[in-house]
Design a protein around this ligand. Sequence first.
Ligand code: FAD
Length: 394
Amino acid sequence: MRVAIIGAGLGGLLSASILSEKGYAVDVYEKLGFYGGRFTSIKYRGFEISTGALHMIPHGRRGPLGKMLKRIGTDVEIVDSKPEGVALQNGEMIEIRSSSFPRKTKLKYFKWLIGYKIFGIDRTMDEYAREMDDFTLKFFEKFLGWSLSIYPDQIKFSDIYEIYKRVLKYGGPGIPIGGCKKVVTELAEIIKSNDGNIYLKKPVEKLIYENKEIRSLKVDGEEKHYDIFISNIGHSLTRELLGFSRQDVVESRGIKYSIALKEPFIGHTGICFPFDVEKISGMNEVTNADPSLAENGHLLMAHQPVRHPAQIKDEIKAGIAELKEVLKGHEYEIIAIQSYHNDWPVNRVMSGKDTGYQTEFRNLFVVGDGAKGKDIEVDGVALGVANLMREEFG
Ligand code: FAD
């Protein structure tokens, strides 16, 4: 059976690795000159500047992606973060533990849970936020901005409940040694070792169908026939390849700052949530887990969610000012500022609004962060791929 994969992002490469191992003849077509999509890095001035992700895996070694990478047979070591997170409050870093949250707020969570489970009450989180104490509210806003690039009014209680369950099950984040690039390089090696192909600078121009079945795709003006088609570019862009209008979905948007430091700022592998500022939601310093991600010094990354693409320029100005405040007294240089929206967003579909891998075509499926399973970020990408593999490929 011949499988065509459109896009060599993480979801495409995971699918291609698994199917090529199963004996399918797999061809991956990638528009850009490199594979990995938003989950790889490009070396700049000795620093591994990521194309998207902050070199972090939400549930570390034990989560869906960590486990899938192991099953596939990749040689990826993931260092689980310790501590998982700290709050930067009044210039001091305080470890965040369960005891950091007042009992009163924990009891409220159970009240909301009962409301959801028994009475089906499922509101957006801004409504519950009003009842939180100051510490919990700050943490909650920062966590949403950092992990999903969204705000409390953009997510419902039911989705938070799912995330919370998964954090309890798998734990917090981890950093792959070698960063995102190591993960995708390992996957590409597996695909190639199984005689699969990854074609770079080969954008798929069109998907050609008859009735409810995809017949072929067009690359370089040439029609190529396959049995199965897996798209890694989200439902909306896939519809465009079919000649339909785009889907009405909202992506999550953000800005990432890559900062070079001689001395570490955070000093450990966990996330730092800067409570003292408004826009920057979180920071991590991956070189504490893997010094090779910077040839000289440390790589600190800061993330800032953004509501509207039109606000990006002003948001960057505000973000730079906040970094100045947070990093006061430290010698640092911002070496890259990247903004993410439209077709290169933080998430192709805002968390909780994914519609699954199926399409109206019998032999066309969607993977990646436009069709995640019930988890966040790249663990959600892995779950989406796992669902597809289990339900359609046995
Ligand atoms: P994508 O990365 O979307 O790749 C799709 C590929 O398809 C691309 O390479 C694209 O060039 C290609 N393509 C597009 N059109 C065509 C076409 N017509 N023909 C052929 N190829 C095509 N997640 C985490 O888990 N941890 C993090 O720390 C984290 N931080 C993030 C920080 C930022 C700033 C951003 C932007 C994202 C972050 N994410 C993080 C999210 C994570 O990067 C993405 O969820 C993940 O990389 C998406 O992978 P994907 O499978 O959807 O593929």
